[in-house]
Write a protein that binds this ligand. Structure first.
Ligand code: DQA
Length: 143
């Protein structure tokens, strides 16, 4: 089973970036926790982060076709990244959109997700553990 974990713009700054909103755990720590959990279930996990929408799309086009699940925090692209949304829409794998913060209790522009309509589900507001819950769910989905 192959699962992609994709982190969008500014998420490489986790730990330093507005810790009161996003927590103090770094992206490397999140990826390490996910890899540890994936190894237990025999899941192959590919993680990537980019600040560039095109790079996220290139990765999805290269690795998405045979993926069994996709976990994505698109960062601010969540709210306007239509090309990223289209890249996700063409894939068959279940997609879980993850947000560290509860975007619905923040600024109004964060209340709209252009990704949500092509996602299977969404986890928001549960901090870095949201990624683990997404992995847990995807690991249980087969066929
Ligand atoms: C975020 C929420 C987005 O609105 C924001 O632009 C981010 C992070 C989150 O994880 O809470 O970069 O996706």
């Amino acid at each position: 089973m192959k699962i992609l974990v994709i982190h969008g713009p500014n998420l490489n700054m986790l730990g330093r970036r507005e810790p009161e909103v996003y927590g103090s755990v770094t992206l490397d720590e999140i990826n390490a926790a996910l890899q540890e959990r994936a190894a237990v279930s025999g899941v192959t996990l590919l993680t990537m982060q980019s600040n560039h929408e095109g790079a996220l799309i290139d990765f999805l086009q290269a690795e998405g076709w045979d993926a069994d699940g996709i976990i994505i925090n698109p960062g601010a692209l969540t709210h306007y990244g239509l090309a990223l949304r289209d890249a996700l829409a063409m894939l068959k794998a279940p997609i879980i959109e993850v947000h560290l913060s509860n975007v619905y209790r923040r600024e109004p522009f964060r209340h709209t997700s252009v990704v949500a309509p092509v996602a299977t589900g969404q986890i928001a507001g549960l901090g870095w553990r949201g990624y683990l819950f997404a992995l847990e769910w995807l690991s249980g989905v087969r066929g």
